[in-house]
Design a protein around this ligand. Structure first.
Ligand SMILES: Cc1ncc(COP(=O)(O)O)c(C=O)c1O
Length: 417
């Protein structure tokens, strides 16, 4: 009979070296040095399985989908629709009709603003977001508010970069038509208490859109357990191709929403007098979609599941704690974003050094980080800084990567002190 201790001992070790072998990019040097890639919040590298799936489409089954009756079109349609099923299972949606393929998180949010928003939001109504949103979850709502004479409300954050829940709850009012918040902040790494955010909104019958762009590659997602009404994410931030992403919406809501764009595939029949729209999710997918991207996204889901999101989350948690301790020990370094619940992101400033100089010096060491406002200018304004340097983790990062980062930052300090 197995004991608990036996179980622990047989659990496969998280083997970063083995995982890195799945990513061809790590075979190439950068400036003659091994690549240390710490810009995963911007985009992730692609495993061979994703590259193979995209190549297979173009070399073995390249055709337009849905309309063709020939062999290649049927194969391509099957691969594309199989990806949709994989995505449904990946985020635990109730039905495949709730999975709309879009270009990415940005397009998903714009789609909701321009369809749900335009029909449900009127003069004097309110949309509630948070102070840590990416521009993609600010500007579409500003456009809508401008058009409708509605008001954008912003729930504040505290100095750690955590949402102030009491203020959020107070801002939910009779005129709030939608809450749109990020699951994980790309600029701070804050993991928001989304269950509580949704519970408080739903108590008042207010639907919730979650921006999952920084969540999907780092933690398991179950949209039914969450109960969120919309959930958006981008394939390229979860080891999939660029130009493909997902809008999940509850069927009841998607059904009631008007189409986003008009064109081929989103129709059932067209006459000059009247067009009948296709069923979900195709009603929202006008024109030839990113077929290769959709197929690649399915492969990315398969890859993430083969590593296991629980294992990824545990590994990245360990790295984040290790990285936090190592960075905090550096002379003049201040972490921006010290929430109690964080994922993947180490944003920081170094006294007397512009973040762009940090990025440039690290780059010459083969270390890729991001510097700037991270498309979250209001966050920078809150901390009264122009920019941060940001190292963000992925499933292939190791303690050696963190050590390389720390070594690079010591060099920065030597140059500037
Ligand atoms: C939190 C968050 N939301 C939305 C986006 C936009 O994603 P995309 O540019 O892939 O549409 C990003 C990208 O960095 C993000 O970090």
């Amino acid at each position: 009979m197995r004991t608990a201790a036996d179980n622990t001992s047989v659990r496969p070790r998280y083997d970063v070296a083995r995982i890195r072998e799945d990513f061809p990019i790590f075979r190439r040097p950068v400036y003659g040095r091994p690549l240390v890639y710490l810009d995963n919040a911007a985009t992730t590298q692609k495993p061979q399985a994703v590259l193979d799936a995209v190549t297979r489409f173009y070399t073995q089954e390249c055709a337009n989908i849905h309309r063709g009756i020939h062999y290649l079109s049927e194969r391509a349609t099957e691969s594309y629709e199989t990806s949709r099923l994989k995505v449904r299972d990946f985020i635990h949606a109730a039905d495949v009709s709730e999975i709309v393929f879009v270009r990415g998180a940005t397009e998903g949010i714009n789609l909701v603003a321009q369809t749900y928003g335009r029909t449900q939001v009127g003069h004097g109504d309110e949309i509630l977001i948070s102070a840590m949103e990416h521009h993609s979850n600010i500007v579409p709502w500003q456009l809508l508010c401008e058009e409708k004479g509605a008001i954008l409300r912003v729930a504040p954050i505290n100095p750690r970069g955590e949402l102030v829940l009491e203020s959020y709850a107070r801002l939910l009012g009779p005129k709030t038509r939608l809450v749109a918040v990020t699951s994980v902040s790309n600029a701070l790494g804050t993991v928001n208490p989304v269950h509580e955010i949704i519970r408080l909104a739903h108590e008042r019958n207010i639907p919730v859109l979650l921006d999952g762009a920084q969540a999907v590659a780092h933690m398991p997602i179950d949209v039914q357990a969450l109960g969120c009404d919309f959930f958006v994410f981008s394939g390229h931030k979860m080891y999939g191709p660029t130009g493909i992403g997902v809008l999940y919406g509850k069927e009841r809501l998607l059904d009631a929403m008007p189409p986003y764009q008009g064109g081929g595939d989103m129709i059932r029949s067209v006459t000059f007098e009247k067009t009948l729209y296709n069923k979900l999710p195709y009603k929202f997918e006008a024109g030839t979609p990113n077929v290769a991207g959709g197929i690649g996204l399915g492969a990315a889901v398969g890859y993430l599941e083969s590593v296991g999101l629980d294992a990824v989350a545990a590994h990245e948690r360990d790295l984040l704690a290790y990285g936090t301790r190592a960075l905090e020990a550096l002379d003049g370094l201040r972490l921006i974003g010290t929430a109690r619940e964080k994922a993947s992101v180490l944003s920081f400033v170094l006294r007397g050094v512009h973040p762009h100089d940090i990025g440039t010096i690290l780059d010459k060491e083969g270390i890729a980080i991001r510097t700037g406002h991270h498309c979250a200018q209001p966050v920078m304004e809150f901390y009264k800084i122009a920019a941060t340097a940001r190292a963000s983790l992925g499933l292939y990062n190791s303690r050696e990567d963190i050590e390389a980062l720390v070594g690079g930052l010591r060099k920065v300090n030597e140059v500037f002190r």
